[in-house]
Design a protein around this ligand. Structure first.
Ligand SMILES: Cc1cc2nc3c(=O)[nH]c(=O)nc-3n(C[C@H](O)[C@H](O)[C@H](O)COP(=O)(O)O)c2cc1C
Length: 224
């Protein structure tokens, strides 16, 4: 749908960053029941264009996953915005709901989503609008969620609900599995000689995301 067309139902914006596609997968599962109930859903993926970091996220799998992931620590600790590209659709229409999809990087909100949440575009999209915070991570979701919620609220958004998903495995095996996947794009049974579970979002989590989306559809339907 074009931004200036009249929508049939509530307008929902899903704005996110996604490197391996997990966050996007969850957002699409949340969106399915919203669309079934007549919402017009727009997906807006933030481009991470910062010349200091863009190259490592421009290819998948990563040639040196450990180094690439560790290389993001300084940027994450600085908590400063980086250069991003925000799709026009974010500010081209007024939305009834914004869903923010944020993968965790180094215990907190990834640089592109943080940068977006500190931007003028976020203010335009969020001001006076209910929002949902959705986090995908290997294990650590709390600080990321708190940050998305705080920055979204500072931009005038009205926090509505949240959802988070974690990957399988304990501290060590989930990390080995993630590094194995980031470096190969494959689900291997072992990495560095250690048996590992499959990383990433599982099918049952997508089902849960669908139920969550149905609940959100009811909430915004009632509000309308
Ligand atoms: C640079 C980087 C740092 C990460 N740091 C963490 C972390 O500190 N804690 C955690 O639980 N997951 C961490 N992860 C795993 C990501 O949260 C997970 O791969 C992500 O949710 C995948 O979503 P996406 O495919 O949509 O990008 C990290 C991933 C990357 C690429």
């Amino acid at each position: 749908m074009q931004p200036n067309e009249t929508p049939k139902g509530p307008r929902v914006l899903c704005v996110y960053f996604s490197y391996t596609g997990q966050t996007e997968k969850v957002l699409r599962a949340i969106a399915t029941p919203l669309q079934a109930q007549g919402c017009e859903v727009t997906f807006a993926k933030i481009g991470f264009t910062d010349p200091r970091y863009a190259k490592r996220f421009s290819e998948f799998p990563m040639p040196r996953p450990m180094l690439e992931v560790i290389g993001m620590i300084p940027a994450e600790l600085r908590r400063r915005p980086g250069k991003i590209e925000v799709p026009e659709s974010v500010t081209a229409a007024a939305y009834d709901l914004v869903v923010i999809g944020s993968p965790t990087w180094w215990l907190s909100t990834n640089v592109p989503v943080r940068s977006f949440l500190q931007s003028e575009a976020a203010r335009k999209a969020l001001s006076g609008t209910p929002f949902v915070a959705m986090v995908v991570c290997r294990r650590y979701w709390r600080h990321n969620m708190k940050t998305v919620r705080r920055l979204g609220t500072e931009q005038g958004g009205q926090f509505l609900d949240s959802l988070h998903f974690r990957y399988a495995g304990g501290q060590v095996r989930s990390l080995l599995s993630l590094l194995s996947y980031l470096g190969s794009g494959e689900y291997r049974k072992k990495y560095l000689g250690v048996k590992i579970p499959d990383t990433n979002i599982r099918d049952e989590q997508l089902v849960e995301a669908g139920f969550f989306g149905a609940g959100i559809a009811d909430k915004i339907g009632q509000a309308a």
